[in-house]
Design a binder for this molecule. Structure first.
Ligand code: EPZ
Length: 419
């Protein structure tokens, strides 16, 4: 297994281009199952998660071609069973359920496992499918959904932790081929949900309200092929902004949509960093002494849970007491123990982390555990004195396209050890 070595204390500067969004590409790749015609997707990031999704599509019978960031999918003839051996590697595989139900009126997908950020239920996904008239059976580790036909319905998809992103995606992808009108109340409004809706509309779907809590879908008989450019990855963008804050003297990220990460730039501004936004770039610079802050993760447009670990790394060396509350995945604190091994002072009180900023972190061997926790350890290593060795970097490769290479372009002393 590869490791990443970081020699801390070297300031970052310059600019990098942000890749296409993982969390947009995955459901959009699944949506290509909804048509017999070919679809062309550009700016699909080169990640293990997107590779897993392409494997699933091929296993289902689709033809897939990839040329750098452009992927062509032809799902003319497909089957509707995605077995454990292809699904087990990635929880987001669950988002093939909706398009398979929409296209084939049946689907069998292995249940997603839990993961280190907590239980990952899909009860709201299944509630949406049942509202559309599907029967749902969970047996032998698989979820089976089937319906003689899908009928539009009104359904709320908000649970005790708020809206569901992939649940909204899944039900929307089934509803576009249902008979009649579907109204999804309490829909997720993340930019990735909007990007999927825009792709479906290009395929001939009739969708209104994307980006609002109320989605209205008028089902059609069939969808046609389409071409689409995936939006920039706002979480990669936020991660690099935090890199620029923790160790930078002027870092610019390009090919971004500033409004997609305004909650992150607002938080960094509150911390005392200078943020300059242009049409599709953002520059972060130090601006005197950084300030501690209080943060809570919320559904979009609130502060994203996928940026919580990265902010923990930044605030661990920000003088004063900062408080972060994780409202989406209350257990999402695998990074805390590892940051403490680097000298961070933070205590967990339920879903809240109380962080006492320290003057310096010390490099240490640390272990990645999930995608964003791993990124947080790399960010801490940029600031720490000495060498930090991050193991199990396959977690990083799931969701960041060439993270070490991009940080190296900004001046980080970072190298990947093939293992
Ligand atoms: C998506 O996961 C993202 N993944 C996650 O990013 C992200 O953290 C999450 O949305 C929240 O923004 C992809 O888009 C591939 P949810 P998703 O359904 O859709 C509960 C990353 O690092 N819930 O919005 O699976 C759930 O337990 C990944 O890139 C139910 O209770 O998340 C959570 O507490 C990690 N029942 C909350 O809702 C359900 O049926 C939000 O989950 C579904 C979800």
């Amino acid at each position: 297994m590869d490791k990443i070595l970081i020699h801390g204390g070297h300031p970052l500067s310059g600019s990098i281009k942000i890749s296409g969004s993982k969390n947009s590409a995955l459901p959009i790749l699944a949506a290509t199952l909804l048509t017999r015609e070919p679809c062309i997707l550009r700016r699909v990031p080169d990640l293990s998660d997107t590779h897993y999704m392409l494997q699933i599509l091929m296993h289902l019978g689709a033809q897939v071609e990839r040329a750098s960031g452009t992927v062509t999918v032809n799902a003319e003839t497909i089957e509707s069973i995605a077995p454990y051996e292809v699904v087990r590697k990635m929880r987001a595989s669950v988002c093939v359920l909706g398009p398979l139900l929409g296209r084939c009126k049946e689907a069998t997908v292995s249940l997603p496992g839990g993961c280190v950020i907590g239980d990952r239920p899909i009860d709201l996904h299944l509630k949406g499918f049942e509202a559309l008239g599907a029967a749902v059976r969970v047996e032998g580790g698989n979820v089976k959904v089937f319906a003689p036909k899908l009928i539009g319905a009104i359904v709320s998809l908000t649970g005790k932790f708020g809206p569901t992103v992939l649940g909204t995606d899944n039900v929307m992808m089934a509803a576009v081929l249902a008979e009649g009108i579907t109204v999804i109340e309490g829909a997720a409004t993340e930019p990735e949900v909007v990007d999927l809706a825009n792709f479906l509309i290009k395929m001939g779907a009739k969708i209104e309200g994307a980006g609002t809590r109320r989605l209205i879908i008028d089902g059609v008989k069939e969808l046609h092929g389409a071409e689409h450019d995936v939006i920039p990855d706002r979480i990669e963008a936020g991660t690099f902004l935090v890199a620029g804050a923790i160790a930078g003297k002027g870092v610019t990220i390009k090919r971004v949509v500033p409004e997609h990460i305004s909650s992150v730039t607002d938080a960094l501004t509150a911390c005392g960093y200078q943020i300059q936004c242009a049409e599709n770039s953002i520059t972060v610079s130090p601006n005197g002494t950084a300030q501690p802050i209080e943060l809570a993760t919320e559904p979009y447009p609130g502060f994203p849970t996928d940026m919580q670990a990265q902010m923990c790394a930044l605030l661990s060396t920000t003088d004063g007491i900062s408080v972060i509350t994780e409202n989406i995945f209350p257990q999402r604190y695998m990074h805390v123990a590892e940051l403490k091994r680097m000298g961070a002072h933070m205590q967990l009180e339920g879903a809240t982390a109380v962080i006492q900023g320290v003057e310096r972190l010390l490099g240490a061997p640390v272990m990645a555990s999930d995608l964003r926790a791993s990124a947080a350890l790399v960010l801490a290593g940029l600031k720490a004195e000495g060498q930090t060795e991050v193991s199990r970097v396959y977690h990083i490769d799931r969701g960041y396209e060439h993270l070490d290479e991009k940080l190296s372009e900004l001046g980080a002393h970072i190298e990947r050890m093939k293992g």
